[in-house]
Write a protein that binds this ligand. Structure first.
Ligand SMILES: C[S@@+](CC[C@H](N)C(=O)[O-])C[C@H]1O[C@@H](n2cnc3c(N)ncnc32)[C@H](O)[C@@H]1O
Length: 363
């Protein structure tokens, strides 16, 4: 339900999303600073009022604080574009930003632009036009529904040297309205194609996977992402509320986003999950990496593989992280009979370690 008032209560699923945003941006700024970019651009396309009923920060304040809290100041010129269609919410956002800068002075290289009264779709292109194409862009796209976030906009945001988008894909509502006769043009724009129409005929589970996979496919093929991962947020009744889609061209960005996902505290009834094999959901609940052995065994059974390829596979094609797989390999090597054997490695390698270049046979 869309709230009508200027601010609204903070729900658990929003809290988890905010935690991911905070952790990702805390990593994003220093990575790009190390990369020596003279300018960085952040777009919060559906910014909201900056605050919730209980005083918790909204996404714009989270982004600003992630910048201000950097232990080492970021030297680049940073431009934050906050787009909020509702004038009253935009006014509240301006007040929140002013209150923040009253206690934490605004650095001279931090430029804040609040775009009020117009929608994301109308504003983002103008906001980007003033920045050179090689300036990295991170965009948060967090609407209440599915209108006004066309795939064409994702393409424009990604069409940069380093463009990344984090989209809150409101699955539950999209699924509910997919066959609605008035929504055809809106869904054409959302997906950037008309293929979604065939999904309306499918039974529920296939339809769910179909909607999710079509959106991922379009982010790759139309928006031009190199990596796309989705993270499923389920509510306490085990129903999917939304998917957070992260699209990037950069493997390091993907690693950092997964790190953020794995570190979110999942208490409070919401669960975050991801799946490589749709029948095997992986919950980001701290340390449970038990499914990874099965995934590796199925993928590499009978082959001799360089561990660098194992790492690439884990990072790019599974929900797991680059920090997870070596412990799994160690367990597989130590078992009797061993599930992997090291075929070639650097001289002096210690058992249970897998330096780059190590070749492993999966039995
Ligand atoms: C889900 S809320 C955003 C919450 C915010 N990102 C946060 O995490 O704190 C969506 C916001 O988008 C605004 N909005 C609705 N349609 C819009 C549009 N087309 N363009 C920009 N903002 C819009 C709404 O007024 C609302 O404040």
């Amino acid at each position: 339900m869309k709230p009508q008032q200027v601010t609204w209560p903070l729900e658990d699923h929003t809290r988890a999303k905010h935690e991911i945003l905070r952790r990702y941006l805390q990593a994003w700024f220093p990575i790009l600073a190390q990369g020596g970019f003279p300018r960085m651009v952040l777009v919060d396309g559906f910014a909201g009022p900056g605050v919730y009923d209980d005083g918790s920060d909204g996404s714009p304040l989270i982004a600003l604080k992630a910048f201000l809290d950097q232990p080492k100041p970021i030297p680049a010129e940073c431009h934050f574009h906050f787009i909020e269609k509702d004038m009253a919410r935009a006014d509240r956002l301006r007040e929140c930003i002013a209150a923040l800068f009253a206690v934490r002075p605004q650095p001279r290289n931090l430029h804040v632009h609040v775009h009020a009264g117009e929608g994301f779709e109308q504003v983002y292109a103008d906001a980007l036009r003033n920045h050179p194409r090689n300036a990295p862009v991170f965009a948060l796209v967090d609407p209440f529904g599915w209108n006004g976030i066309p795939m064409a906009a994702m393409r424009d945001l990604m069409d940069r040297a380093s463009g990344e988008v984090l989209v809150n894909f409101m699955f539950e509502e999209i699924n509910r309205f997919l066959a609605h006769p008035d929504q055809g043009a809106n869904f054409d724009a959302l997906f950037g194609c008309g293929e979604w129409r065939r999904l309306t005929m499918l039974p529920p589970t296939q339809r769910k996977a179909g909607i999710r996979d079509l959106y991922a496919k379009q982010l790759l093929s139309v928006a031009g992402a190199r990596y796309v991962r989705h993270f499923e947020m389920r509510n306490g009744r085990e129903r999917t509320d939304y998917y957070l889609f992260f699209a990037t061209k950069n493997q390091r960005g993907l690693k950092k986003m997964k790190e953020a996902m794995w570190s979110v505290d999942q208490r409070g009834g919401m669960t975050f999950s991801d799946a490589t094999d749709p029948s095997q959901q992986v919950l980001f609940d701290g340390q449970d990496t038990s499914q990874l052995e099965g995934i590796l065994s199925r993928r590499f059974a009978g082959s001799v593989t360089n561990v660098d390829e194992v790492e690439r596979f884990v990072v790019e094609e599974t929900p797991f992280r680059e920090t997870h797989y070596k412990g799994i390999l160690k367990g597989m090597e130590a078992r009797v009979p061993a599930a992997i054997q090291v075929e070639a490695c650097r001289e002096g390698r210690r058992k249970g370690t897998y330096p780059t270049g190590t070749r492993v046979r999966f039995t």
